[in-house]
Design a binder for this molecule. Sequence first.
Ligand SMILES: [Zn+2]
Length: 170
Amino acid sequence: MADAPDPRTLKKGRKTVNLLRVAQCQRGLVLCVAALVFIQLFNVFVGQSLGARYGMWAIFPGMLAYLAASITAIVFTTRLALAMGSHPALAALGAVLMLMPCANILLLLGVNGRATSLLKKHGIKIGLLGPPPTEYPKLYQNACPECGYDLSGNLTGVCPECGTEMAATG
Ligand SMILES: [Zn+2]
């Protein structure tokens, strides 16, 4: 039996927050924003001189890449909001707002900031590029919040892997 354990979930009123999905979506979003910055720099510093030399068609791939990364950022922001328990109607409204300049940056930063504090509160370290995948094991049910070791059936209240003491687990 090597079934993956259930992801840790939080109950917030009627909402259920899936911490693993929050971490994965946030990671995707941060990588996406990094790609956007990179593509934009490329377009400004390389694309424009290519365009000047070879004409309009030379800047087209860069613009297309930027558009694709923008759409991906909207998708990840919306999925992240949903993973944190936002109402689907509210998430859909947010996706529409993401099409507007300024509103999209504020919304993205807001959702990202909420995800960061939520994950940090649950012992997840956030790197420059969001939560690294090495932190994901900590997000499963019965996992040690420090090292991610599976503590199912552990009755000592101490993690055998890293020695962290914790409230009794199931
Ligand atoms: Zn541990």
